[in-house]
Design a protein around this ligand. Structure first.
Ligand code: MN
Length: 137
């Protein structure tokens, strides 16, 4: 057993995120479980780049109001206590709304090479504005 009493907060890298995003690792990729879990806090307007996860991802919203959007135009507007799942290989992004912060616990299972995330281009301001308008409730 290991009792981890605190983890440092890191600023998320600008090459993968737009705006101010802060990461606290909960579980880093390691054999045999390969679970990767992080608490991620997005300030208003902040979001990930487009990306996909080799085995999918589960997002549990812990605070605020967030957006999760996929290439097919589907958008989930998710609040604290809600869960959004992203299927394996689906290109998507997640972030805060323009007026409200969002925090989620992001959980995925990696593969033998690492966390299995493929990072893509930034979400444009136009894509972000469109998601804000169309998010489901
Ligand atoms: Mn994701």
């Amino acid at each position: 057993m290991e009792h981890i009493t605190s983890t440092p907060t890191a600023k998320a890298p600008a090459e993968r995120f737009t705006g101010d995003v802060y990461l606290n690792p909960i579980q880093t990729h390691s054999d045999p479980a390969r679970l990767v879990a992080s608490l991620v806090r997005f300030t208003p307007g902040a979001r990930t780049n487009w990306h996909s996860h080799v085995k999918g991802q589960t997002l549990y919203i812990t605070d605020g109001i967030g957006l999760v959007a996929a290439r097919d135009g589907s958008v989930a507007l998710a609040t604290a206590g809600q869960t959004v799942t992203c299927p394996a290989g689906e290109e998507h992004w997640h972030g805060a709304t323009d007026t409200t912060l969002m925090a989620h616990i992001a959980m995925l299972v990696g593969d033998e090479n690492g966390d299995g995330t493929t990072w893509l281009e930034p979400v444009t301001d136009e894509q972000y504005a469109a998601a804000l308008k169309s998010g489901d409730r």
